[in-house]
Write a protein that binds this ligand. Structure first.
Ligand code: SAM
Length: 280
């Protein structure tokens, strides 16, 4: 079979198994097996594939059709222009979270370049490491409750040459963090346990501790909102990614705790997804 024929048959197979973006998935997996860039496949459509190339592809295609996330099969994900290792230890980083990083940078670039920034619930480290790369003078702490997750984040720091720039700390929210922070940024678990049945097969491959916060979904974000004032320096920034439908109640929680300059931003699909506020 040629490259083009394999792409066509894999795309058809994925369509039958209700995989979103079937052609894109087929291209990513074939490029991965061949050790080529996806775009390079287009220059090689007529090349005949060897059995030694088809056999590993078949395994990956089967696993993808059964709902394993593409990023787990590739072992990496691109986030804010950098490649991160990605496996079942941590949440697969989402495009919305890239937007959180972009908003943080665009809104506060001038004032956070030399600041103390904490990423709470760092997962694979995408937020902390992207911010560290953007602000070479900033002091960054990446916090997670899971040691396994922190090991993955450290691995990513090493690969990106940022290991001296970020301190990794096991902590329940901010419990082990030194106060006097300029920025707290967090993409904490925000799915309600009741919403479990609505999640896709792919999402259910993410760790439970990365998805669910409790029956409401916003429990951990609320806890962070309640405790962050003791850790922020006057005028410090809280930047949050939140779940669908959570913004109004969380804005009230921020107002009740006397945060100021509270504002929301939508993600690219028009969902109110980000909250920003200052304290003191
Ligand atoms: C939604 S994932 C986000 C991962 C990463 N920041 C990202 O955006 O891809 C949430 C992370 O919060 C961590 N977490 C859950 N509860 C926590 C807690 N109480 N304190 C600190 N981290 C927590 C989980 O282990 C998980 O890595």
């Amino acid at each position: 079979m040629t490259v083009l024929e394999v792409l066509q048959s894999t795309t058809g197979y994925f369509q039958k198994h209700n995989i979103d973006n079937p052609r894109l998935n087929a291209e990513h997996l074939l490029a991965h097996v061949l050790g080529r860039k996806r775009i390079e496949l287009y220059l090689d459509f007529e090349r005949a594939l060897r059995e030694s190339e088809l056999a590993p592809l078949r395994q990956l295609v089967k696993r993808r059709a059964a709902g394993e996330p593409l990023q787990h099969l590739l072992g990496t994900v691109e986030f804010c222009g950098r490649i991160f290792v990605c496996d079942k230890r941590a949440l697969v980083p989402r495009p919305e979270t890239e937007q959180l990083v972009e908003l943080l940078i665009s809104k506060f670039k001038c004032e956070i370049a030399h600041s103390r920034i904490v990423d709470v619930g760092t997962g694979s480290g995408v937020i902390a490491l992207s911010v560290a790369a953007e602000f070479p003078e900033a002091e960054i702490v990446a916090v997670d409750i899971s040691e396994d997750v922190l090991a993955l984040a450290r691995e990513n720091a090493e690969r990106l040459g940022l290991v001296d720039r970020v301190r990794f700390l096991r902590s329940n929210l901010l419990a082990n963090v030194q106060p006097g922070l300029d920025v707290i940024v967090a993409n904490l678990p925000y799915v309600s346990t009741e919403a479990r049945q609505n999640l896709s097969r792919e999402v259910l491959h993410d760790p439970e501790a990365a998805l669910f916060a409790g029956p409401r979904g916003d429990e951990l974000v609320r806890e962070l909102i309640a405790h962050a004032p003791s850790y922020l320096r006057p005028g410090g920034i809280l930047a949050l990614e939140i779940g669908i439908g959570q913004s109004e109640a969380l804005m009230s929680a921020l107002a009740e705790k006397n945060y100021r300059d509270i504002c929301t931003e939508n993600d690219y699909s028009g969902v109110t997804r980000f909250l920003f506020a200052r304290y003191g």
